[in-house]
Design a protein around this ligand. Structure first.
Ligand code: MN
Length: 259
């Protein structure tokens, strides 16, 4: 039987990029769309645990959910569909999701959630949504086909970004890093109270080659494999003497002091 493919996003069920992605994947399997009922960009990996989730069936194999992208993936993988999906595709997001910003992204987080649930997952974003989603949809379909055949390594997802102009090709990249120069913008409202804006200007990035940012800058689509194990194994070795010293300090608690 044709594999089940789950498509979701963070721009909401009515976003053009979502339909473009679902349409492009239509002949690869049985495509189900489960997406938030409203825009959920920059919600990160949030899950809804303290209110009921509703999945409204708004079309054939199409559900609108009053929750986050990660909620949608949970519902799809853990019970709403006739069988667990063979692939989770998130996007096509309006705006790139690059480098250090990926953990803010609802799109990338949806793919993280799929990965944590054991399903190969891919996030797809375009730098310039005004240029349309046709090229990104073609690239997404090619990558999805490959992932369905080859699978992905354990705990690994793909973060795909497509440049503003028609891509010259496709590069494998690593995450770039932001250069923080701006400050928060502090303003005073008409009632004299202070408020703040973060994320004021366009982000600046380090100039390293081989990054996702550099690929887009050079006009290439970017595929970054991300590993969902945040353990720093090098630091484990470097900190090897911490437990003994910290334990000794902890046990040397001064007597007689209340705590
Ligand atoms: Mn978005």
């Amino acid at each position: 039987m044709a594999p089940v493919v789950l498509v979701t996003n963070d721009d909401g069920i009515h976003a053009a990029g979502l339909s473009a992605l679902a349409d492009a994947l239509g002949d690869l399997g049985e495509v189900f769309v489960i997406a938030p009922d409203r825009e959920q960009s920059a919600v990160g990996h949030a899950l809804t645990l303290h209110r009921p989730l509703r999945a409204e069936r708004i079309g054939e194999r199409r559900f609108s959910v009053n929750g986050t992208p990660s909620d949608c993936v949970n519902l799809g993988v853990l019970g709403l569909l006739r069988e667990a999906p063979a692939l989770v595709m998130a996007g096509i997001n309006q705006g790139a999701n690059l480098g250090d910003d990926v953990t803010y992204s609802g799109t990338v987080s949806a793919a993280m959630e799929g990965t944590l649930l054991g399903v190969p997952s891919v996030a797809v974003s375009v730098e310039n949504p005004d240029a349309g989603y046709a090229e990104a949809a073609r690239i997404a379909r090619l990558i999805a086909t490959r992932v369905l055949v080859e699978g992905l390594p354990p705990r690994t997802l793909l973060n795909v970004n497509v440049p503003a102009a028609t891509p010259k090709g496709i590069r494998l990249t690593q995450l770039g890093h932001r250069v923080y120069k701006e400050k928060i913008v502090e303003q005073t409202d008409p009632r004299g109270r202070t408020h703040y804006w973060i994320g004021g200007g366009p982000p600046q990035w380090d100039r390293s080659e081989d990054t996702d940012m550099a690929a887009l800058h050079d006009g290439y689509a970017s595929i970054t494999p991300l590993l969902l194990d945040l353990t720093h194994f090098g630091a484990l070795a470097r900190m090897a003497d911490w437990p003994r010293a910290l334990t000794a300090q902890y046990k040397a608690r001064p007597r007689g002091r209340k705590r």
